[in-house]
Design a protein around this ligand. Structure first.
Ligand code: AMP
Length: 500
C-alpha cells in the first residue's frame, strides 16, 4: 500500500476528528476530513500543472498547514516531495533546484531561480494555494507500490555537496507503523508540534504518527519555550531536539503541574546530554525517550516506552530492522567495542538521487553504512559515541564542515581553514573555525562573518574564528580536527541562553 493510501484510510471513518489546532487556526482548527478533501483538490490542481507519478515537487516554505496539504497532495498525485530548509540561500537553492529538476517549485522568491526554471512552474506558496484552492473535483489517489519514490530528503556528507536520499512509500510507511505501535500512539493523543517540517523529525516522525491514528496536532509555527508551555495543557506528546529541552529547562514554567497530562517526551536528531535527561526528570517527573535516526532511514533505534530509558543510549533497533558494527575496513568488531554502525531493514532508503557511485560507496553487502560510531551492549542496546565523519550538529541542524570551509577559503585574507564543532550548552555544538590568515589582506572577523552570512544559512556560519599559524596535520597531511576540538573545547563554557 502507498503511504498516502494508509494516511487517507486512517482518516476515512473519522472526518470530524481534529487534525490541526494552533494559534492561527481558529477555535475549530482543521479536521482530517477537511485536510484530505483539500489535498484531493490540490492534487487535481497539481496534475493540471503537469505533475505526475515520479515527478518532483520542490518546497521551500515557512511552516503552515498549507505546506502539509501540499505534501499530502503531492503524494496523492504519485509524485515525489522534496522539502528544503527555509534557511538555505538562493545560491544553495540553485544547486538543489538543478539537481532535483522539479516540475513544480514553491519558493519564497521564485524570481531568483527564474533563470534556471527550464519548464518548471516556480511560484510562492500563496500563489500556488490561490490556484489550487479553485473549485475542482478531487483527484483519486494514484496507486503507488512500496518501492515507488515518495520523497527526496537532501542530506550531505563531508565530501561537500548535498545528496538527495530517495525514500520510498514502503520506507516511510513501515517506519511510521513501527513507531506508532512502539510509542503506543492513541486516538486521544495530542502532539505539540514545534519542529520544522522540512526534516525527517518534524515531517515524517511527528506527522505520520499523528496522521496514522489519526489524532490531533497542536501546530506551532516554531519552537519557543513560551509557546510550548502554553500549548501543554491537555497535550500528551512532545517531540524535540536536545536544544529544545535545554531551553525548556531554562523556563520557570516547566513544572510537574504544567506537564501533568503528558505521557511522552521524545528527543532526537542529536545526542541528548545525560545531564539534560536527568535535570528534566528532576523538574517534571518524566524520563525523556531518546531515539536515533537519520534522513536515509527515518528512525533506527528507540529507547522503550515501557522499560528502562537510559540516558546516553538510543535504545534498541526498531522491529524488522537490523544493526551491526564494523571496522572502517568492514571487519566485525569484538563484542562491546566501538564500530561504525551499519543498518538494514524496510526503513532504509534505496540510494542517493542520481548519484550511483555515492550510493554504491554507502552500502556494504546490502547494509547501509551510517557513518555514526556506536557501541551495542549484550542486550542489544545501542549508544552513539560519535560521528565517523566530522559532521557538526548545532541546535539539531547538521553543518558539514567541508561546505563552510569551501566558502571561507575563498574569502579575502583567508589562507586556509578548518571548521569543527565545540560543546555549547544551548546548541549542543557550536560551529567554529580555525583560520590561517594572509594578514595584509584580512578585512577582520566582522567583515569575514558578514561575507559568510551572504553565502550560507545562518546556522552554518561559525560562531568564532580562531587565527592560527598553521593547521595541525598528521603525516598524511590530514587536518587533525580532534586536536582542534580539544584545544577549543572550553570556548563556550560559560554560555547560557545565547541566541544563534
Ligand atoms: P539527519 O539526517 O539530519 O537526521 O542527521 C542524522 C544524524 O544525526 C545521524 O547520523 C546522527 O549522527 C545524528 N543523530 C540523530 N539522532 C541522534 C541521537 N539520538 N544521538 C546521537 N546522534 C543522533
Amino acid at each position: 500500500m502507498g503511504l498516502y493510501d494508509a494516511l487517507w484510510r486512517a482518516a476515512e471513518g473519522k472526518p470530524e476528528q481534529r487534525a490541526f489546532s494552533g494559534p492561527d487556526l481558529g477555535a475549530e482548527g482543521v479536521s482530517y476530513g477537511a485536510l484530505h478533501a483539500r489535498a484531493g483538490r490540490w492534487a487535481a490542481g497539481l496534475q493540471a500543472l503537469g505533475v505526475g507519478p515520479g515527478d518532483r515537487v520542490l518546497v521551500q516554505a515557512e511552516k503552515s498547514v498549507e505546506v502539509v496539504v501540499l505534501y499530502l497532495a503531492t503524494l496523492r498525485t504519485g509524485a515525489c516531495y522534496v522539502p528544503l530548509n527555509t534557511a538555505y540561500t538562493a545560491t544553495e537553492m540553485a544547486y538543489f533546484f538543478a539537481d532535483a529538476a522539479p516540475t513544480v517549485a514553491v519558493l519564497p522568491a521564485p524570481e531568483a531561480l527564474a533563470a534556471h526554471a527550464d519548464g518548471c512552474c516556480c511560484l510562492t506558496l500563496d500563489a500556488l494555494a490561490a490556484q489550487l484552492d479553485e473549485e475542482r473535483e478531487a483527484l483519486a489517489p494514484v496507486l503507488r507500490s512500496a518501492e515507488d519514490l515518495a520523497a527526496i530528503l537532501y542530506t550531505s556528507g563531508t565530501t561537500g555537496r548535498s545528496k538527495g536520499a530517495m525514500l520510498s512509500h514502503g520506507n516511510l510507511l513501515s517506519n511510521a507503523q513501527a513507531l506508532r505501535s512502539l510509542w503506543g500512539w492513541q486516538a486521544d493523543d495530542v502532539l505539540v508540534h514545534s519542529l520544522p517540517i522540512y526534516h525527517v523529525h518534524g515531517l515524517f516522525v511527528a506527522l505520520h504518527c499523528a496522521m496514522l491514528e489519526p489524532s490531533e496536532v497542536r501546530f506551532l509555527p516554531r519552537f519557543s519555550p513560551e509557546a510550548v508551555l502554553e500549548a501543554l495543557p491537555g497535550a500528551t506528546v512532545f517531540m524535540g531536539v536536545p536544544t529544545h529541552y535545554v531551553r525548556l529547562l531554562d523556563a520557570p514554567g516547566l513544572t510537574v503541574e504544567a506537564s501533568a497530562a503528558m505521557r511522552l517526551w521524545v528527543s532526537g536528531s542529536a545526542p541528548l546530554r545525560p545531564e539534560t535527561h536527568e535535570a528534566f526528570e528532576a523538574r517534571t517527573g518524566h524520563k525523556i525517550l531518546e531515539r536515533y535516526g537519520m534522513s536515509e532511514a527515518g528512525m533506527i533505534t528507540s529507547n522503550p516506552l515501557e522499560g528502562a530509558r537510559i540516558p546516553g543510549t538510543v535504545g534498541f533497533v526498531l522491529p524488522e530492522g537490523e544493526v551491526r558494527l564494523r571496522s572502517e575496513e568492514g571487519a566485525p568488531v569484538p563484542e562491546g567495542a566501538v564500530g561504525v554502525l551499519e543498518i538494514r531493514g524496510p526503513n532504509v532508503f534505496s540510494g542517493y538521487w542520481r548519484q550511483p557511485e555515492k550510493t554504491a560507496e554507502s552500502f556494504r553487502d546490502g547494509w547501509f553504512i551510517t557513518g555514526d560510531m556506536a557501541q551495542i551492549d549484550e542486550t542489544g542496546r545501542v549508544s552513539i559515541v560519535g560521528r565517523h565523519k566530522d559532521l557538526v550538529i548545532s541546535g539539531g541542524l547538521n553543518v558539514y564542515p567541508r561546505e563552510v570551509e569551501s566558502v571561507l577559503d575563498t574569502l579575502p585574507g583567508i589562507e586556509e581553514s578548518a571548521v569543527f564543532g565545540v560543546p555549547h550548552r544551548d546548541f549542543g555544538e557550536a560551529v567554529v573555525a580555525a583560520v590561517v590568515l594572509k594578514v595584509d589582506a584580512y578585512p577582520g572577523e566582522n567583515a569575514t562573518l558578514a561575507a559568510l552570512r551572504e553565502a550560507l544559512a545562518a546556522f552554518k556560519v561559525p560562531k568564532a574564528l580562531f587565527p592560527v599559524a598553521a593547521l595541525p596535520r598528521n603525516t598524511m597531511g590530514k587536518v587533525q580536527k580532534n586536536q582542534l576540538r580539544a584545544d577549543y573545547a572550553l570556548t563556550f563554557r560559560e554560555t547560557s541562553g545565547a541566541t544563534p
